[in-house]
Design a binder for this molecule. Structure first.
Ligand code: HEC
Ligand code: HEC
Ligand code: HEC
Ligand code: HEC
Ligand code: HEC
Length: 193
């Protein structure tokens, strides 16, 4: 190869390529950062749904809407159909309910913004925690009191491990459930499979 061309490749193109590669990695890595390590992160939602009203005052069971929580990895967020079980009748005069109804009529999914998320390379399973009676409050805070759901705990590796190492300090209902509880795993392959 021509010496000038080689020089050009090394001095100009290589740094540009390296920069682009690093930038792409950083962007994909930090893109999900808010959803796993920013206590207080409270994104606005497309419909003003209140947990304080539905799960707090009306005491609708979490599992009525988050149907996967004791069955699978994902807790899952309810589709509009579940809301319409009540809102074909309840408060149909309100603008937010009319907005909700228009999603339903147009058969359009409601794109709720994620509040908590772990990266792709992490294995987390709701059912294996929830079926051991570890209350949602330990990881999500007092959702029943939240008008808008925000993050109260971080979801970093350190946060997972700190409960796996000292569940007695991190699980509020530990005394009631300890008889049936193992310690959470600390080996890498449990969470990175
Ligand atoms: C079990 C019945 C039930 C289900 C299921 C339900 N709601 Fe409601 N919702 C109600 C009732 C009843 C009210 C009115 C409460 C009041 O004003 O005291 C209400 C109020 C609301 C309001 C406030 C309306 C206003 O402006 O006053 C919104 C917004 C809302 N619901 C959205 C939703 C969404 C979104 C879902 C699905 C994720 C949902 N609801 C599921 C019963 C339900
Ligand atoms: C009537 C349906 C309904 C009930 C009952 C309900 N939720 Fe939700 N939940 C939703 C909807 C809809 C969303 C998505 C919008 C939002 O974040 O407010 C959501 C979001 C959440 C999120 C945030 C998800 C994310 O993106 O990280 C958590 C955590 C949560 N709910 C926990 C609970 C807990 C704990 C209970 C019981 C105390 C509960 N929910 C009861 C409908 C419900
Ligand atoms: C041991 C901690 C822990 C407990 C207990 C827990 N969650 Fe979660 N939750 C998480 C983590 C971690 C995520 C992010 C998961 C992901 O990104 O795959 C999450 C995400 C969610 C989401 C977002 C949607 C989804 O399917 O991932 C909802 C909704 C939710 N949790 C509801 C609940 C409810 C309701 C309970 C109690 C019945 C509960 N969680 C108990 C840690 C927990
Ligand atoms: C509040 C305490 C607590 C937090 C926070 C917590 N865990 Fe756990 N986890 C446990 C306990 C306790 C067990 C063991 C339950 C049993 O089997 O008795 C467990 C078990 C597990 C297991 C083995 C069972 C399975 O599903 O394969 C994995 C994997 C796991 N946790 C991943 C995570 C990850 C990833 C996070 C963070 C995003 C996390 N945990 C956060 C308490 C916690
Ligand atoms: C209890 C679950 C759990 C265990 C056990 C675990 N990790 Fe993680 N790890 C996570 C979570 C959650 C994240 C992503 C959140 C974050 O960036 O902190 C993560 C992120 C990482 C990352 C990405 C860089 C970083 O720090 O964010 C590396 C590398 C990693 N883990 C390596 C390991 C190794 C090596 C082990 C074994 C010594 C291990 N992990 C054990 C949950 C776990």
């Amino acid at each position: 190869m021509d010496k000038h061309l080689l020089d050009y490749n090394l001095k100009v193109r290589l740094p540009i390529i390296a920069f682009v590669v690093i930038a792409v990695f950083a962007i994909t890595y930090y893109a999900s950062y808010a959803e796993r390590n920013s206590i207080g992160y409270t994104p606005e939602q497309p419909v003003k749904f209140s947990h304080k009203l539905h799960a707090g005052s009306m005491q609708i069971d979490c599992k009525y809407c988050h149907t996967g929580v004791d069955k699978s990895r994902a807790a899952s967020v309810p589709s509009v159909d579940i809301c319409m079980n009540c809102h074909t009748l309840a408060r149909t005069d309100r603008p937010e309910i009319q907005k909700l109804t228009s999603y339903y009529k147009d058969n359009k999914p409601l794109e709720w913004n994620r509040v908590h998320k772990v990266p792709q390379f992490v294995y987390f399973n709701h059912s294996s925690h929830v079926n051991k009676q570890i209350d949602c409050i330990n990881c999500h805070g007092d959702v029943k009191a939240m008008e808008v759901v925000g993050q109260t705990n971080s979801f970093t590796m350190g946060a997972c491990l700190s409960c796996h190492r000292q569940p007695e300090k991190k699980i509020s209902n530990f005394e009631e459930i300890k008889a049936n509880l193992k310690k959470g795993p600390e080996n890498c392959s449990a969470c990175h499979r």
